[in-house]
Design a protein around this ligand. Sequence first.
Ligand code: ADP
Ligand code: MG
Length: 680
Amino acid sequence: MNIKDSINTIKNIGEKREKLLNRLGIFTIYDLLTYYPRDYDDRSNVLNISDITEEGIYTFYAQISGTVSNLKRGFKTLTKVPLKDSTGEITALFYNQPYLKSTFLPFELYIFTGKVVFSGKKKEIQNPEYEKVTEKDIVSGGRIVPVYSLTNGVNQKFLRTLILNVLSHTENEIKEFIPKEIKENYFLCDRSFAISNIHYPKSNDDFFIARRRLVFEELLIFQTCLLGIKENIDTNLKGFVIKDFSCVKDFLKQIPFDPTNAQKRVIKEIKKDISSGKVMNRLVQGDVGSGKTFVAMLLAFVAINNGYQVSLMAPTEVLAKQHFDSFSNVFEKFGIKTALLTGSQKKKEKDEIYENIKSGFVKMVIGTHAVIQEGVKFSNLGLVITDEQHRFGVRQRLKLSEKGENPHILVMTATPIPRTLALILYGDLDISIIDELPPGRQKIDTLCVDSSYHERIYTFIKKEIDKGRQIYIVCPMVSESDKLELKSVTEYGETLKNDVFNNYNVEFVYGKMKPKEKQEVMERFSKGETHILISTTVIEVGINVPNATVMLIENAERFGLAQLHQLRGRIGRGSEKSYCILICDSKNKVAKQRMEVMKKSDDGFYISEKDLMLRGPGDFFGTKQHGLPELKIANLYKDTDILKETREAALDILNMKDTKTINAKFFDEILKYFDGNVGL
Ligand code: ADP
Ligand code: MG
């Protein structure tokens, strides 16, 4: 077997199974090998039947000791399978699987795992897992057994057998790529040992050894990339010196508020950067509503007054347009030409803007990805700002800065990543934090209730609208998903629109909509023409409608806490009291704890740290929109020790002489990894 081959080259994997496995993200044999278990079941303790003296879950070998009988129980069929070993007897019971009569034939040997109960003196095992004992490896018992994440149509037995089979055919295919020195210094086991033992560990110790190696490997690749990027972009690059700040006074006169102390501090940090003669690479982190845009605008103003062009890239058209409106509003007063560039503009319109950017007539360019298109040439780009960094990959950021000769870079993000992590994840950037909200903000009331409160909530919403307020309603996805009964924007939304709120203006917005449509819907909401905006999380970033006072979130347990916090940040932006209502029907303990965190705290950093703790980073960074890699096995919260070690090791690697020749294999692996994950 070649690990690069598609899974459809494996016997038994036809088109149907291939599709099912694809759903789990498994396309190649390598994907199968690195489809790590989510848990384990220790079934290494195999008992004699006579040793089972109390109820519990057990594993044992047994022979089919007689004929299998199917009994009718009302509408159900009960199948009784008599079993024995050399020490005793037991009966296996199955419900509604009459076909098992032809599966279990007398004298055959099986291994069973399941719950044993006593019926009088007789022992019974209920709906056990079973596997026929043949010369092949047994996968379901007598060992530590992997437990995989599944999808409809793929069960544990199938995956266990498949992966064990693939493991036994690929032992020599799994190549080492961590440099020998690193492996020795950090006591790492071989890669093939690790992969084999992460699925079928022979002992607890082997499991820990295997896991440590794989976590190390994953984090090492990640760290090396980040450090590599840092080396590439900030090695004392000469930057434009921007040091005339006399224009700031005029700017502040046009702004109806005074900067907060946090804003002032960050501005000072930025001033120092841009006047230093080196290129600035700074990340500004600040909770929603902390006033990052103001900082960006002031800085852009300064750069322009020093003779440079500035570009700002936002993740969505709606946001780009919003920034364009607020920037041009202020900049026009100073005669600064501002242009908006988005994907949905006509070619003719774009060409004209390109022309004006190239000639230097336009000083401020605001847009989506359109800003980094081929056609865009600047005459004197001095500063590049990206908003909501987590939506952009590192590569896009670099691409934008390539448009100028080392322009200064300012990145803004409202994703409150815990400090410790931020240092690692944004290793290539200096970080400023706006940790203070502008004064006079009303505290948002957050409540968490179950669906039975819907009627009351609808009544409350109507009252708010009658008072002149506007409402957001957020649902997790666009169309009814197969099994989960999630409130979906289109279907649930229609009921709200046509039924519950038929006397009000209700509109929808969701990700798959055309940008122009989205734009129009948002604009109508912004202007107050729409009372209720029902949406997916597309509204999560940046939208500013101060008149909106209610944020109702359905199936709140489906969202990350950081995301809920972002959504909540859409309200409480005006002078009226605002309410965030989380609907959560989950009885799950963790889900409940997470809702409690939302009720208790309005501190984005605290919330994201809790989120990380309660969910694990797999979920935290799960969505690719973060621009961060999905980690397959490492847990950034729990594996901090290894994380520290890998930082050292990554430095070692980058410092090794002849880096390219010694570590060619390692760097190959890095490229593969990042291509698949981050889109660097
Ligand atoms: P962010 O981008 O960090 O979420 P914004 O820059 O959009 O926040 O600011 C949110 C709102 O707060 C805007 O309406 C903005 O005008 C206002 N604002 C920003 N800074 C201040 C300040 N120092 N005092 C009062 N209001 C402010
Ligand atoms: Mg913003």
